[in-house]
Design a protein around this ligand. Structure first.
Ligand code: UDP
Length: 354
């Protein structure tokens, strides 16, 4: 599986098929190293614009899959195409099927009272040898007021291999992120309303509606009161995104002014300096602070931003220097500066690196 994600509007997506995502999950369970999967749809992109914590949660997730058509359709405008959508609602039963074959256990957490247990019952009926480690639907509460200690106690006792967390987005993903470094759950995945679908308390759109890429319309029709505001903001975001794409693709790039009279001795400041020429040349860093000079880059493809994001994760801090106007505009819209800040000149870069 390709490790470098494609970054769309500040959110990384891993370019995987269903089969690759399932295999990743099994490998991760076998590795024993806890990890999280986020299933990201258009609504996440909108929420992430206004929520720095959610941006961090998604950038630090171990696997991010495109749960919907909008990210898949937008991807080619910003770099290589994504292989396709990998929906939480579809991958959950597929994971249960594979878990049975692998002898791996699952746990359903969330949804309304009794729904998680009912969903696990349905899966067990479909796959008699499936190991269900447990199920619990804790009382609804804001994230900070949830019974974290009780949930962790139950998980500790049940020791599931795969945890299906269904508190809705972004609560479920913040919850998984909050605990992944301390709990012993090998893989936790946020699955939204999937337990409702499996338990049969909500009906998913018929396959022909899904094929027409209109599942969101179906959901809207079945729950207009709750979803109208969400979909209105999603459509507004999509329109702004298309407008930005046109501006960036057709507009002129104004390169950054480069003051080359007295470049600082980066090494003396404990900083590793690199020119950004191509993705392949991105280095294995050895210093904690890194500067990547973008003076020759007119544009950054989504996979190149993904590589820079990976680089920033490996370093204490990475700063991008001399970005032109197109990259700056993209950064501003995508809120990428909190992970990968831009500096106009060397002095600013050094100040940002502290
Ligand atoms: N849910 C929950 N706790 C909450 C809020 C929601 O367990 O505090 C459950 C809800 O019952 C549903 C699931 O989260 O089963 C997903 O909700 P939603 O339909 O909003 O998911 P999304 O559309 O965000 O994927």
């Amino acid at each position: 599986m390709q490790k470098t994600p494609f970054v769309l509007f500040g959110v990384p997506f891993h370019n995987v098929t269903f089969e690759e995502a399932i295999q990743w999950t099994i490998d991760r369970v076998r590795s024993g190293r806890p990890g999280v999967i986020a299933t990201v749809n258009l609504d996440f992109l909108v929420l992430a614009q206004a929520d720095p914590e959610l941006r961090t949660v998604l950038r630090e997730a171990d696997l991010v899959i495109a749960d919907g058509f909008p990210p898949v359709k937008l991807a080619p405008f910003f770099g290589p195409p994504l292989k396709g959508r990998v929906t939480g609602s579809d991958i959950t039963p597929m994971l249960a099927e594979r878990a049975e074959k692998e002898g791996i256990s699952i746990y359903g957490l969330g949804a309304a009272e009794g729904v998680a247990a009912k969903a696990m019952e349905v899966l067990k009926k479909r796959h008699p040898n499936l190991k269900v480690a447990g199920a619990w639907s804790p009382p609804y509460a804001p994230l900070e007021q949830m019974e974290h200690a009780e949930i962790l106690r139950r998980l500790d006792e049940a020791k599931p291999d795969i945890l299906f967390t269904a508190f809705g987005a972004p609560k479920q993903d913040k919850f998984n992120h909050m605990h992944v470094k301390t709990w012993n759950v090998p893989v936790a995945i946020g699955i939204g309303g999937t337990l409702d679908f499996i338990a049969g308390v909500q009906t998913r759109a018929p396959v022909w509606v899904q094929k027409l890429q209109c599942e969101w319309l179906w959901r809207w029709g079945t729950n207009p009161k709750r979803l109208t505001k969400r979909y209105a903001s999603n459509i507004a975001f999509l329109m702004r995104a298309v407008w930005l794409t046109m501006q960036l693709r057709l507009g002129r790039n104004i390169p950054a002014a480069v003051d080359s009279s007295a470049p600082p001795h980066w090494a003396e400041h404990g900083v590793e300096y690199h020119e950004f020429q191509s993705l392949e040349k991105l280095p294995e860093i050895s210093a904690a602070k890194v500067v990547v000079d973008l003076r020759d880059a007119e544009w950054l493809e989504s996979n190149e931003i993904g590589a820079l994001l990976e680089l920033s994760k490996r370093s204490e801090k990475t700063v991008l220097l001399h970005a032109g106007s197109r990259i700056r505009k993209l950064w501003e819209f995508s809120k990428l500066s909190d992970g990968l800040p831009l500096a106009s000149n060397c002095t600013e870069a050094l100040a940002l690196l502290g």
